[in-house]
Design a protein around this ligand. Structure first.
Ligand code: FHN
Length: 427
């Protein structure tokens, strides 16, 4: 897990968040009985498979090729610093040991404590561990909302849910994040979410929560989009194809370029990105995850300072690629190679040194006022996926954000009718 030196001034909440904020990249794992069907993780609901029929999947769920160390290894290949693992998805089957039900991987199916294996593997690999737990549960309570008219049933369901959260936080040692999901049947009061969080943090004071038990939690979780959430940490989660659970007919795979663009959006916008893997029913990992995640991890490892950056990039759009910033250094992620010369205008800072981040080879440059010219570049991109050029500046990097104009003499708005982001616009 990432070691972060905290200044005493950091608030308790910020201190708790520091490792996750610094982690930047995580790997999500969606695995359960549904992976045997190969039609995504919602098959039970979307095909209205009766509970008694769906339950029988537990008896063919052998996990014979499930290897928690291999999953942790895949996370490291991706360059991830933590893993989010589904301890129970909406179908209600628990991959952890529970005294509250026999519908678990310990008592039915592989007779293994899968969550215990995953936590151990993550610790061994130095990964943070987030336990995904769905509140909604189609097995224990196929229609949770019917409990709203039946206080005794509602109490029983809440005792089950809170009780399982307690099990997860007392059976596996230190857990870093409790990743709630499946909030929709109730609101915060309906889940007794405040009580849920208070219990969890009493059990593990350092624990982080996401925002999916109807409370704000410690961080936001945009899903399938990387829109920055102002003022707080956000963690955007994505499938690699279009399904969280295994679905071999879904071949709409994101390319390494598309995944890297998501990582860059997070690095630029002060957030994290989590990429999902959906193992097959037997627990094995489809090869395409190694291929794609391996490419991403390669670029992250070769250019670590340019991705694990604490600062927001106050730098305008550029055709050659995109920016990240750390301190006085601007990192230009060149994804569209300009050839042997590159021109960058609009700089409101002075370049003191230019170099290729991977390997540190200096780059010749001249700067006349706001116009920088890089020369002597190779004809082809050293790394077609992302060649990072480090520009060490004399102050925090800034490039004016006005569509190529410093202060236009006429009223100017963004490309779509939104409040202009002009600073000091002439009245
Ligand atoms: O319904 C789930 C879905 O299956 C998946 O687990 C995602 C991951 O963020 N969460 C819910 C949809 O928002």
């Amino acid at each position: 897990m990432t070691d972060v030196t905290l200044s005493p001034a950091l608030s308790e909440a910020e201190a708790r968040l520091a490792w996750l904020r610094a982690a930047r990249v995580g790997m999500f794992v969606h695995w359960g009985l549904y992976a045997q069907l190969g039609r995504g993780e919602w098959a039970m609901n979307r095909e209205r498979i009766p509970v008694a029929e769906y339950e029988r999947l537990a008896d063919t769920f052998t996990a014979e090729r499930f290897d928690a160390d291999a999953l942790a290894g895949l996370a490291l290949e991706l360059g991830a610093r933590y893993m989010i693992f589904t301890t129970k998805h909406h179908d209600g089957y628990c991959l952890f040991d529970s005294a509250l039900t026999d519908y678990t991987a310990v008592k039915r199916g592989p007779k293994r404590d899968i969550v215990g294996e995953v936590v151990a593997a993550c610790r061994k690999a130095g990964l943070g561990i987030a336990l995904y737990y769905t509140l909604n549960d189609w097995h224990h309570r196929p229609d949770a909302t019917d409990a709203l008219e039946d206080p005794a049933a509602h109490e029983e369901f809440l005792a089950y849910v809170h009780g399982q959260i307690r099990e997860l936080l007392t059976q596996y040692g230190r857990i870093d994040t409790l990743w709630y999901d499946g909030w929709w049947p109730f609101d915060a009061a309906g889940w007794r979410a405040e009580e849920m969080n208070a219990m969890a943090r009493a059990l593990q004071p350092h624990l982080l929560f996401n925002n999916r038990n109807c409370l704000a939690g410690d961080f936001a979780t945009p899903e399938q989009h990387a829109t920055p959430v102002p003022g707080r940490l956000w963690e955007a989660n994505f499938t690699l194809n279009d399904n969280w659970g295994y679905c071999p007919s879904d071949t709409n795979w994101k390319s390494p370029r598309q995944v890297l663009d998501l990582v860059l959006a997070a690095a630029r916008g002060g957030g994290n990105v989590v990429m999902n893997v959906g193992p097959r029913g037997d627990g094995s990992i489809p090869e395409i995850y190694h291929d794609t995640f391996g490419e991403i991890g390669r670029v992250l490892r070769a250019n670590e300072p340019a991705f694990f950056t604490p600062d927001l990039a106050d730098m305008d759009w550029i055709n050659h690629g995109t920016w990240t910033v750390c301190g006085h250094t601007a990192y230009l992620h060149v994804t569209r190679w300009p050839g042997e010369t590159a021109v960058i205008t609009g700089l409101e800072c002075r370049v003191q040194r230019a170099s290729f981040l991977a390997g540190g080879v200096p780059i010749a440059f001249t700067q006349v006022e706001d116009k920088l010219t890089l020369t002597g570049l190779p004809a082809a991109a050293p790394d077609p996926l992302d060649t990072v050029i480090a520009l060490e500046m004399d102050r925090p990097p800034k490039r004016y954000l006005t569509g190529g104009m410093r202060i236009p003499r006429v009223p100017h708005c963004q490309y779509d009718p939104v409040e202009s982001n002009m600073v000091g616009m002439p009245t």
